[in-house]
Design a protein around this ligand. Sequence first.
Ligand code: MGD
Ligand code: MGD
Ligand code: MO
Length: 767
Amino acid sequence: MADDSAHKPKDLPHSPGPAGGWGSMKGIASIYGETWASPGALDSLRRLNKPKGVMCMSCAWPKPANYSAFEFCENGAKATLWELTKDRCTPEFFAADGHTLAELREWSDHELEKSGRLTHPMKYDAASDRYVPVDWDTAFAEIGSTLRDLPREDVVFYASGHAGLEASYLYALLARAYGNNNLPQSSNMCHETTSVGLTKVIGSPVGTVTFEDLAETECYFYFGQNPGTNSPRFLHNLKDLKDRGGKIVTFNPVIEQGLVSFVDPQNPLEMMTGKETIISDQYHQLKAGGDVAAILGLCKVVVEADDAAQAEDRRAVIDHEFIQQHTTGFEEFIAYCRDAQWSEIENASGLTESSLREAAQVYIESEKTIGVYGMGFTQHEHGALNIAMMVNLLLLKGNIGRPGTGCCPVRGHSNVQGQRTVGIAEKAHLVPMDKLKQLFDFDPPTKDGMHIVDAVQGLIEGKVRGFISLGGNLVRAVPDQKRMEEGWANQDLVVMVSTKLNRSHLYPGKTAYILPCLGRSEVDEQATGNQAVTSEDSFSMINGSVGHRPPASEHLKSELAIVTGIAKAALDPSPKLKWDEWTADYSLVRDLIEYTYPDDFHDFNQRMFQAGGFWRGNPARERVWKTDSGKAVITTPPQLTSLGFEDKPGRYRLMTLRSNDQFNTTVYGYSDRFRGIEGTRDVVLMNPDDIAEAGLSDGDMVTLVTDYDRDDVERQLSGLKLVAYKLPRGTIAGYYPECNVLVPISHHDEISKTPASKSIPVKVVAG
Ligand SMILES: Nc1nc2c(c(=O)[nH]1)N[C@H]1C(S)=C(S)[C@@H](COP(=O)(O)OP(=O)(O)OC[C@H]3O[C@@H](n4cnc5c(=O)[nH]c(N)nc54)[C@H](O)[C@@H]3O)O[C@H]1N2
Ligand SMILES: Nc1nc2c(c(=O)[nH]1)N[C@H]1C(S)=C(S)[C@@H](COP(=O)(O)OP(=O)(O)OC[C@H]3O[C@@H](n4cnc5c(=O)[nH]c(N)nc54)[C@H](O)[C@@H]3O)O[C@H]1N2
Ligand SMILES: [Mo]
């Protein structure tokens, strides 16, 4: 029998205080102190996420049309202040004693970024093992000439999800005009499972909800996403639902504070009185990888209730008319649900029948439900199956394409979704190549390019010889970090367009350049004046953003100007490739985007400052299903977990998590106050009974060893402190990116190749 895990919030292990509240204010203040951000930075905070202001560079949570005085959260503020730090990473920094790359490799991620904003273009000098200054023209010319010498298919153009739509569109154009579709993006490690998996079942690569649905819904079913840390502005919508009497049912192996209670830092009365809103009505601590079984249990109860209603001539629970008209696979799935055994569901999910019945009852009673998910769903070997199961649950009651309902994948980087929309895609069929041919008069490559997993494999095997990185910190973000470091350093050319120093700069290859760029909050002055850029959020809303701060250094260029600088040097001139004109006036690039994607971007320049953004549209929201069958697909699961490996004694499922003191590989500090872990990130969280059974004690130092059946590579990480923590048996947790050495590159979602960073099979070894 599984534990009864339907916790009420009062049973929580640590009591770190609610999400939001004074803790979030202290969090912002500590970064303000630590970065020595200029007082003008506060002006930038006031302008965050408002029309003609700066769109936050942190996460992709949408910006409401009716914004409040402070439309930012703790982490948006931290990201802004971190960007506007007074610290500078100058040529003198690189020349200083102790700053060879060999020495800098000993620094922590936090220390590297803490050195401040990069100020000059730099080039690696192997003789001194240092970066030395280089002027922009020389850098571009050298990069261009190396690119011209390299085989076209051996160069990768990575993007990390920050750069605006304009720079991103031109970046994709650069790669294609150069000769490949090697355009992997951070979403390959993130929501690629959504792009592929959600498309398979509802024909949409992105979520279907908007703020209007959030305002109308009665209920959230909330899977594997941590809003308190990763999308704090969502907490306002969750609280709003609770204020309206709605219900939130959460499934997560970790009890995350933001899903427990919240004090609105923008509400003076709540701040003064400390009045908390309880977020989750039910909190189900399932095993990592247990969602398939848990959702099967929910569906089983729904089917049972519908059978009973029909037998007793009551109103049906399932929306049969919708199912009939809009879906395939229903009969097979409900037969499967009826046959499913509770013992197996309990075993695979770690939840009891009674707790799942309690959760299903909420779903049955709700007229309008939204399903939310994040990395807890996408980063598994069968991550797409998690998504398909949640879609099954929603479809049973017609909860997609009706006001107040829908799928809500919560995206990561601020423009990660938008970069895909405007052509940063390794899959050729996703891009209107005919339009590119018409517009720019060249034959775009038709062969699919490299996904990030292919690129890493290519690096490990020495097949990738050049890497351009528009933002990001790939060496630290990808699986199999150790092997990646070696492969990365074997390349002929590494070009990193960056704002801060990070580990990827420290494995330079034969030639390496750091090209420092403006941040989004800074003035981007070009020949026609200060340029605006645009981005697309999780709800497919497009927003303009204008920087107001003086640049961190007079030597910085915008991301767009860097892309066009490389393009001009690497490509032959063509009258259709007007790199200089586009750099002078970004509105011309928006015209190109409009021409290439007319349905999504009509009247782009006119609409970009609409409050709350303009909506790009989504057929699935209108119940038009762009799937093979033209219907939404109900999926019968081929297995009960999303793991892709078997349990065995001594094998644990390791989840790699984020703290609220980091943004991906950017580590702001060492306080995970929501989880009560302070001063270090080198920890393993483990259930006390598991600790005892393994003959270990709370506080012991341990080594994690990957226990992977499909290759013989040794992967281990030592120096980790055990922390007894309320987790399901067999599920343990550590931090991303520290644990990335443990993730095998071939351990990924089966259809989208998203690395399975939330269920890594590992052993825990003393010492
Ligand atoms: N402050 C801050 N904000 C961020 C980021 C950041 O690093 N810091 N990163 C940004 C990016 S790029 C992204 S993609 C998003 C990521 O935001 P999230 O999607 O929230 O990602 P994670 O924090 O990695 O993990 C999400 C949750 O999944 C749970 N989980 C793990 N395994 C399972 C499982 O098998 N089932 C279920 N149901 N739950 C599981 C974990 O306990 C955790 O609460 O946030 C963005 N915003
Ligand atoms: N084990 C494990 N691995 C994971 C994950 C996980 O949950 N677990 N999550 C995955 C996910 S969801 C993602 S999205 C990836 C993230 O992978 P990446 O996107 O590659 O990494 P980031 O840490 O976001 O990149 C940080 C760097 O971006 C640069 N930067 C910051 N702002 C800007 C800017 O405005 N412009 C430019 N050009 N550069 C800028 C800075 O130099 C900074 O050092 O990691 C993935 N890896
Ligand atoms: Mo992400």
